[in-house]
Design a protein around this ligand. Structure first.
Ligand code: FA5
Length: 337
C-alpha cells in the first residue's frame, strides 16, 4: 500500500511539474505570474496538499519522496522568480518602444513681459501711422542733451547725468529715448510720425518703481497745425487701449526743455501712497528743437512723448516691484508663456 501511495505521489509530482512548465510558458503579465505563485506554492496549492499525504508514509519512502518534493518546490520558486524578473525587464522595454505615445515637447520659452508690452504699444501706434525706428543706446551729448535744448550747465542735466564713456569722447549711455526725436527729424521731412523703443540709463537709485536701466518708447508727430488736443486724444486712447476704458488718466503740467508746454501723464494706481503712477512725459515740441532738425517752426508744429515701459507692464500685470523684470527668475517668466 505504501509503495503504491508513493508511486502515485511520484506520478503526481511529475504531472504537476509539466502542468507548471506549460502554465509558466503561457504567463505573459506580472499578474499571471503572481497568480501562478499562489496556485503552485500557496497554502491551498496541490503541492501543499501532497505534503499532507507524505506524513502518512513510512520513514524511508518519506525520505525519498520528500527530497523529490523539495526539489520540485525549489524549482518552481526559482523559475517563477526568474520569470518575474524577465517580465519586469520586458515591461520597461515595451514602454520605451511604445511608438503610440505622444512625443515629448521641448521646453518652450516665452517673450519677456516687457517685450510683450512693447509690442502691444508699438502695434497701437503703428496702426495709427507711426513708423518704428530703432535707436542707438550709445549717444553723443549733442543728441542726448544739447539738440534737445539742454545745454551744458542746464539743471535738467542733473537728473539725467548718466554713464559716460571714459576718455575724451563725449559719448554716454543715453538717458532717454528723446535722442531719437532729433535723429529721426534730421533724416526725414514732415509730415513725420515715429515711435522709437529702447533701453535708457540713469543714475537713479533702485527701488520698487525705479531702476537705473529701464525702457522707454519715444513718440513724435510733426505736421502743419498739430495741437495739444491731438496729443491728448492720442494718449488717452493709448491708456484706454492698454488698461481698459474705465482707466482714470491724469494730465499735470510738467517741465521738459524740449517741449513747451509740457505735461506728465499718470494713471490711477493703488500701489503708491498718492494713488497715481507716472507713465509718460509729453508736450508740444519746442521750436528750438524743430530748428535743430532743420524744420521751420513757423510752418510746422509737433508733439512728442516718452513713456516708461516698466511702469506700464507693472500696472498691466499687477507687478509690485520693478526689480523682478531683470532677475531672470524662471518661475516669474514662465507665467507669460
Ligand atoms: C523723459 O525721459 C522724457 N524724455 C520724456 C519726454 C519725451 C517728455 C518727449 C516730453 C517729450 P521722464 O524722466 O519723466 O521723462 O521719464 C519718462 C518716463 O520714464 C516716466 O514717466 C516713467 O514712466 C519712466 N521712468 C523714468 N525714470 C524711471 C526709472 N528710474 N525707472 C523706471 N521708469 C522710469
Amino acid at each position: 500500500q505504501a509503495r503504491q501511495d508513493s508511486e502515485h505521489l511520484s506520478e503526481n509530482l511529475s504531472k504537476l511539474e509539466s502542468a507548471f512548465t506549460s502554465d509558466l510558458e503561457n504567463a505573459r503579465t506580472p499578474q499571471h505570474i503572481t497568480a501562478l505563485q499562489a496556485g503552485y506554492l500557496g497554502k491551498r496549492s496541490q503541492l501543499r496538499g501532497m505534503l499532507q499525504s507524505l506524513k502518512d508514509l513510512p520513514q524511508d519512502i518519506r525520505m525519498e519522496y520528500g527530497q523529490k518534493y523539495n526539489l520540485l518546490k525549489q524549482k518552481i520558486s526559482k523559475k517563477l522568480a526568474e520569470k518575474e524578473q524577465n517580465s519586469s525587464h520586458q515591461t520597461t522595454q515595451t514602454s520605451l518602444d511604445d511608438i503610440s505615445l505622444p512625443g515629448r515637447r521641448p521646453p518652450q520659452g516665452s517673450l519677456h513681459p516687457l517685450t510683450i508690452i512693447r509690442n502691444e504699444a508699438l502695434r497701437f501706434f503703428n496702426r495709427r501711422g507711426f513708423i518704428t525706428v530703432w535707436g542707438n543706446e550709445l549717444e553723443s551729448e549733442y543728441y542726448n542733451f544739447e539738440a534737445l535744448n539742454i545745454p551744458k550747465n542746464h539743471p535738467a542735466r542733473d537728473e539725467h547725468d548718466s554713464y559716460y564713456l571714459q576718455g575724451k569722447s563725449s559719448l554716454l549711455l543715453r538717458s532717454q529715448t528723446s535722442n531719437m526725436q532729433i535723429r529721426a527729424g534730421e533724416q526725414s521731412s514732415p509730415p513725420l510720425a515715429i515711435v522709437s523703443p529702447g533701453r535708457v540709463f540713469r543714475r537713479d537709485t533702485l527701488d520698487a518703481t525705479h531702476s537705473y536701466t529701464f525702457h522707454q518708447i519715444e513718440g513724435m508727430y510733426i505736421n502743419r497745425g498739430v495741437s495739444f488736443a491731438d496729443l491728448k486724444g492720442l494718449l488717452i486712447a493709448f491708456c484706454r487701449h492698454i488698461f481698459g476704458d474705465a482707466v482714470k488718466v491724469r494730465f499735470r503740467p510738467d517741465y521738459f526743455p524740449f517741449t513747451e508746454p509740457s505735461c506728465e501723464i499718470a494713471i490711477e494706481y493703488s500701489g503708491k501712497s498718492d494713488g497715481w503712477l507716472e507713465l509718460l512725459g509729453a508736450g508740444l515740441m519746442n521750436p528750438f528743437v524743430l530748428k535743430n532738425m532743420g524744420i521751420d517752426p513757423n510752418s510746422y508744429s509737433g508733439y512728442a512723448f516718452g513713456l516708461g515701459l516698466e511702469r506700464i507692464a507693472m500696472l498691466s500685470y499687477g507687478i509690485k516691484d520693478i526689480r523682478i523684470f531683470y532677475e531672470n527668475d524662471e518661475d516669474f517668466l514662465m507665467q507669460f508663456n
